[in-house]
Design a protein around this ligand. Structure first.
Ligand SMILES: Cc1cc2nc3c(=O)[nH]c(=O)nc-3n(C[C@H](O)[C@H](O)[C@H](O)COP(=O)(O)O)c2cc1C
Length: 254
């Protein structure tokens, strides 16, 4: 059984979770990276005998719009799919049902879903270090249960996924990271930006309308000089403090 991992992961947490699940399912994993702007995902397809692991982070309880658009450009070809939604210890609300709808529309058959916690990419002190060893054990156990269902020939979910339709409103976070004067214009951020919002010739210039606040540029900056303003960071941190505290555990939906 070949696993086709279809991942949108600006700062790497979603990719780490997806990999834990994929590696239990199969030793043969190929990846379609929806984060990359190279468009290799455009027109890509899966086959009926493959299993797709479709993994995205939750943004405001929804799929990131770029991930939704890019998933729609892939043809599922009847492949069975495991959905993996990764969130920063607040909540994932309607992310899984939106993923299910997008996956079915693209031609996948959804068999299972997982919700997992990873470090909050905006304020990294929340869920810091996750997925951790406890998450890994839990995710590996989930993946073994999913593998059993796949080997038994399951081709649909037994229960509806948590979440609401219509989905909650998708709101722009509006946090646009900018470089300090110490930026030497190396361009790593522009190359990594999934939205193409940073000018490659002058990385200090950002198209704020395109920026999806995913923090890929902050994570990749080799000099750690790209960040959101201190005032906004403090406000977001205080707001998240109220809703992100207390450990939330990963969950499986079959
Ligand atoms: C714009 C944005 C919105 C987010 N919204 C939520 C949210 O609604 N709930 C939550 O628990 N985490 C939220 N997070 C945290 C991410 O879902 C989490 O950190 C995820 O692991 C990031 O994935 P990545 O490391 O693959 O980029 C948000 C992060 C960003 C950047």
């Amino acid at each position: 059984m070949v696993v086709c991992e279809i991942v949108f992961s600006p700062t790497g947490g979603t990719r780490r979770v997806a990999r834990i699940v994929s590696e239990v399912l199969s030793a043969q994993v190929r990846t379609l990276d929806l984060t990359a702007r190279d468009g290799a995902w455009r027109g890509a397809s899966c086959t009926e005998d493959e299993v797709a692991v479709i993994a995205v982070p939750s943004y405001g309880g929804r799929m990131p719009s770029l991930a939704a658009e890019r998933l729609s450009a892939i043809s599922g070809g009847g492949a069975r799919a495991v959905l993996v939604c990764v969130y920063g210890n607040r909540a994932f609300e309607d992310t899984l049902v939106e993923m299910e709808d997008r996956a079915v529309a693209a031609g996948f058959r959804v068999v299972a879903a997982v919700a997992a916690v990873a470090e909050h990419s905006i304020v990294r002190k929340y869920a810091a270090g996750r997925p951790d060893s406890e998450d890994r054990l839990r995710l590996e156990e989930y993946a073994r249960r999913i593998a059993e269902r796949l080997h038994a020939g399951a081709d649909s979910l037994m229960e509806p996924l948590p979440g609401n339709r219509p989905y909650r409103e998708s709101k722009r976070v509006g946090l646009v990271p900018l470089p300090s004067r110490a930026c030497d214009g190396c361009g790593a951020c522009a190359r990594r930006c999934p939205a193409g919002a940073i000018d490659a010739a002058d990385p200090k210039r950002v198209d704020e309308a395109r920026c999806i606040s995913c923090m890929a540029c902050v994570a990749v900056c080799p000099k750690s000089v790209r960040r959101i303003s201190r005032v906004k960071a403090a406000a977001v941190s205080a707001m998240l403090g109220k809703v992100c505290s207390g450990r939330r555990e990963c969950g499986i939906f079959l």
